[in-house]
Design a protein. Structure first.
Length: 235
């Protein structure tokens, strides 16, 4: 990839960043007045009516935010998953997140296959990618799918980074899409469940759900960092 194409990708990155901020601002302005009254049954009912009346526009807006979050990771995915649960319930929100994860994984995977490492370096540091790609984790093609399966399954691991690096790995596209979409289930279902219960007034269930999720996320991130340090020391 030449310098001109690298500059183009950087411009695209900036545009995506701006779109993300605009979309977040639009959603916040639209829904914030409704958030303030969720502590009352009337507020909860009004919130549900507003979402129901928004039709497909609400789905597209949320789906767009999910796509942007993975295409250019400027914020963690949990708030979007939580919002999806608030707006469309535990199951409905989960399927919207799954759809967004699949579409973004599809786009990124084939962009990496076409443009190579320099495409990834536009979004992540070169050293970080090289260390991960050259680690023993990904040196064995027979274990790559298992490693990705575990990485996407455990809350707290850098899933967006793995979406980008997967395009460099010897893995069949359809198998990667299945892993990167559905192995997010524990993280996604806990967040959409928490969001759904906030709207229903069950604040304590949401709090418990997030405590459990963050505890598992913290443990998963700790294990991931520990393994990476171990592998780095062994090299």
């Amino acid at each position: 990839m030449d310098e001109q194409n690298t500059k183009k990708f950087k411009i695209i990155k900036i545009i995506l960043f701006i779109l993300t901020l605009v979309l977040i601002t639009a959603i916040t302005i639209k829904l914030f007045p409704l958030f303030t009254n969720l502590g009352t049954s009337e507020g909860q009912l009004k919130f549900k009516e507003e979402i129901a009346n928004s039709g497909p526009n609400g789905v597209f807006m949320l789906l767009g935010l999910q796509l942007l979050q993975i295409l250019i990771p400027v914020l963690p995915g949990e708030p979007i998953e939580f919002l999806a649960g608030m707006c469309y319930g535990t199951i409905g929100g989960m399927f919207i997140i799954f759809l967004g994860a699949f579409l973004s994984s599809f786009i990124i995977f084939y962009c990496v296959r076409k443009f190579g490492r320099n495409f990834i370096h536009t979004f992540f540091g070169k050293d970080k990618i090289e260390k991960l790609e050259n680690s023993k984790w990904f040196s064995n093609p027979e274990k790559i799918e298992l490693i990705l399966f575990i990485a996407f399954l455990i809350p707290g691991t850098p899933k967006d980074l793995f979406v980008y690096i997967a395009g460099l790995l010897p893995i069949k596209p359809y198998r990667f899409f299945l892993i990167s979409t559905f192995c997010r289930f524990p993280s996604v279902i806990s967040s959409t469940f928490a969001g759904s219960n906030v709207v229903d007034g069950n604040w304590w269930l949401s709090i418990v759900s997030y405590i459990v999720t963050f505890s598992i996320s913290g443990l998963g991130l700790y294990i991931y960092n520990l393994k990476m340090k171990t592998k780095k020391g062994a090299q």
